[in-house]
Design a protein around this ligand. Structure first.
Ligand code: GLA
Length: 701
């Protein structure tokens, strides 16, 4: 079962790929590394059901028994991401079809259409067999449904299901025609049979059609997950159920919405940058996962499910593919990344994969037990990380401190991938990442929030390129600012409604009143173009002709056709303040700008004394607080702190030394400051944190 107060550790274990002698070595090594959770059977369908309806479960019985005997739990997977060859032969109509009409054949994984009834029935059958046999097995702590849902299809099954979904969403064809603006290019539908999936077509496709197709697939894949989950849950409600999310806005899955249906949000995260960007990507992925989990718990109406929260389900211990090669993670990086996830709330650290395979498509993917075997740097680091996780287990369940909220919206991400936009460089996720990076570098803890989420306790709400804003979303923003909240919205926010129809009267459409501006024209930039801004720095990617409608100018364009016009504005609205940023400032300017807005809003950085390159994250519970310090530089740093450093057990009086590339976790002596909004009446000058020590205006990082 899923114990509280313990951080889980492990990875994908594939006993079906190895003779049993290797299993014995595996569990001995797992014990040595303190591994206590392994994902089992994730692609094993053809071994579990070698011929239709005949099951070979003996090997899985023995594997799970072996785990239980050795104190290792299983995240037991349903193998439905990899249908066996016999399934594809028997049901060619359940193979996926691309937008070009090509039916893909067996040979890789994910060769199914999740809208095909034969696939869904076969998936339910194998999930039911596993539920019946293993729901009460002592090794089973978690169900891991499928793997990285995200496969779309354009076959006839999908088209029929899409029409049903559209009828349920829009009611009738008149509403669909209006939502998709089919009056443009004479696309008016007069019969449901005319509506197809957005297949390859002659020129630009209809944006409403594309957006609904994504939503349809998110809901269809979710339904496929839910029917497996319900079978597993019925067999033993005490075992939590999850599925591992694959990240990126190419994935047609609304992770926040799905979070209401999983007992534990689980993400796979493979930061691909070989440089320092991997640390920023790690922080954002973890904050996203925590935001989704919080959103899901709220939609469920509570957090009562076993194992609630989120878990890093897969990451690479070493080699990771980027830019046409695999790059090697330098010593210490594997642990630092995993502990960064734990700092931000992960309930453990899991890897793909336990042991490197000798063949198959991913034979050179890294593993905790590499091809070289246990006498290797990576396995020694694996053992050390297991010990570290045990030493800091008391943080499990503690809340992660955040004083700034960043808005994220799957549909805005999808809509900004469509053709026909004013620039091909528009990217909601990229803009969320840019704002998060700026705040991360300035040392502010961030929560990711979804439109409609509660905003109590945040000093500042940042909305980067929130392109789609329904009336409800606009109302949520308005109420927050009118009630005294501080908002910073960037270009492209509020431009379109939930159907991706542009709002007229001037951008940023739905948010014009609260931001106090009216944007008349866009000025998309070419690659490498930069427009100077008053006060220093440049704007990239995009600029706008902004008219003031109540707001004041904070920065102006200082060159080009917009010279002298507003670039960044601020508006008093109700009891609150709303900033508008009409361009993408360069990284350094953005960091200063966001730090200023956050400090003005009364938000506080996590650890103002942390030097550049040392990431600080604080977690709190009723029992105390913990300060994680992650040193991403190649020299040791001393950071102000007081308490006990848990990895070494050493007392900390006034400062802790964080080794080069290393981590410190300080159980803090009582009375660390609370995050979030401060009493604004106490802000004389506004540039002091709650310790009373001067902050450096966001320049300490
Ligand atoms: C994901 C998948 C794994 C594997 C890795 C490779 O995490 O779930 O099966 O393909 O990617 O990085």
């Amino acid at each position: 079962m899923w114990d509280e107060g313990r951080l889980r550790y492990g990875g994908d274990w594939n006993p079906e790929q190895w003779p049993v002698e290797v299993w014995a070595e595996d569990v001995a090594l797992m014990r040595r590394a303190r591994v206590d959770l392994v994902t089992v059977g994730v692609f094993a369908w053809s071994r579990l059901e070698p011929v239709p309806g005949r099951y070979d479960l003996g090997w899985l019985d023995r594997a799970l028994d072996l785990l239980a005997d050795n104190g290792v739990s299983a995240a037991l997977a349903t193998p439905t991401a990899s249908p066996p060859p016999w399934f594809s032969l028997a049901h060619p109509g359940a193979l996926p079809v691309t937008a070009d009409g090509v039916r893909l054949r067996h040979g890789s994984r994910d060769t199914y259409c999740a809208a095909a009834p034969a696939y869904r029935a076969a998936a339910r059958r194998i999930a039911g067999v596993l539920a019946d046999r293993y729901a009460h097995h002592p090794a089973v702590a978690l169900w891991h449904v499928h793997n990285e849902y995200g496969t779309v299809c354009h076959c006839e099954h999908a088209a029929r299901a899409f029409r049903r979904w559209l009828a349920a969403r829009h009611g009738d064809l008149a509403a669909l025609n209006a939502a998709w603006v089919t009056s443009f290019w004479g696309q008016h539908y007069s019969d449901w049979a005319q509506v197809d999936t957005p297949r390859a077509t002659q020129y630009l496709a209809n944006p409403g059609h594309l957006l609904d197709f994504r939503r349809f697939w998110s809901d269809t894949l979710l339904a496929a997950y839910v029917e497996q989950r319900d079978l597993l849950r019925a067999a033993n409600p005490a075992v939590p159920v999850t599925t591992n999310y694959v990240l990126g806005d190419w994935v047609p899955v609304d992770h926040a919405r799905w979070a209401a249906e999983v007992d534990l949000v689980a993400i796979d995260h493979y930061p691909s940058a070989a440089d320092g960007r991997a640390e920023e990507q790690t922080a954002l992925a973890a904050d996203l996962a925590r935001g989704w989990a919080r959103h899901g718990a709220r939609r469920r109406g509570g957090t009562g499910a076993p194992g609630a929260g989120w878990l890093l389900m897969e990451t690479a211990p070493n080699l990771i593919y980027t830019d046409g090669r695999m790059h090697t993670k330098e010593p210490g990086r594997m642990a630092r990344h995993s502990l960064a996830h734990v700092a931000r709330g992960s309930r453990g650290a899991m890897y793909f994969q336990w042991r490197a395979p000798v063949g198959g498509a991913e034979r050179f993917h890294s593993a905790l037990v590499p091809h070289a075997g246990p006498d290797s740097r990576v396995f020694r680091e694996t053992v050390a990380l297991g010990a570290a996780l045990e030493r800091i287990a008391e943080v499990d369940g503690a809340t992660v401190e955040a004083s700034v909220a960043i808005g994220w919206d799957a549909a805005s991400g999808w809509a900004l991938r469509h053709p026909g936009l004013p620039s091909s460089r528009l990217d909601h996720h990229g803009e969320v990442a840019a704002a998060h990076r700026a705040l991360w570098r300035a040392g502010f803890g961030c929560d990711v929030v979804l439109p409609g989420d509660p905003l109590d306790g945040y000093g500042l709400l940042v909305l980067p390129a929130l392109y789609l804003a329904s009336d409800a979303t606009a109302g949520w923003v308005r109420a927050y600012v009118a009630g005294g909240g501080h908002l910073l919205a960037t270009w492209l926010s509020g431009v379109a409604d939930e159907h991706a129809r542009v709002r007229t009267g001037g951008y940023p459409g739905a948010l014009r009143d609260v931001l106090g501006v009216r944007v008349e024209e866009f000025h998309p930039h070419a690659d490498g173009d930069a427009v100077p801004l008053s006060g220093g720095g440049t704007g990239r990617t995009w600029a706008e002709t902004v008219h003031l409608a109540g707001a004041e100018t904070i920065r102006r364009y200082a060159g080009g056709v917009l010279a002298g016009r507003p670039a960044v504005t601020r508006h008093r609205y109700g009891a609150g303040t709303a900033w508008y940023v009409s361009t993408r400032p360069d990284d350094d300017t953005y960091r200063r700008l966001l730090a200023d807005a956050a400090l003005d809003a009364g938000a506080t950085p996590t650890c103002p004394g942390a030097p550049a390159g040392v990431e600080a994250v604080r977690r709190r519970s009723a029992g105390g607080s913990w300060l994680f310090l992650l040193n991403h530089t190649d020299r040791a740093h001393r950071v102000p702190a007081a308490g006990v450093e848990l990895l070494t057990g050493a007392p900390v009086d006034t400062a802790v030394e964080v080794p080069a590339g290393g981590v410190a976790v300080v159980r803090e002596a009582p009375a660390a400051p609370r995050p979030g909004r401060r009493d604004r009446s106490a802000q004389s000058g506004g540039r002091h944190n709650d310790h009373g020590t001067p902050c450096r205006d966001g320049t300490f990082r």
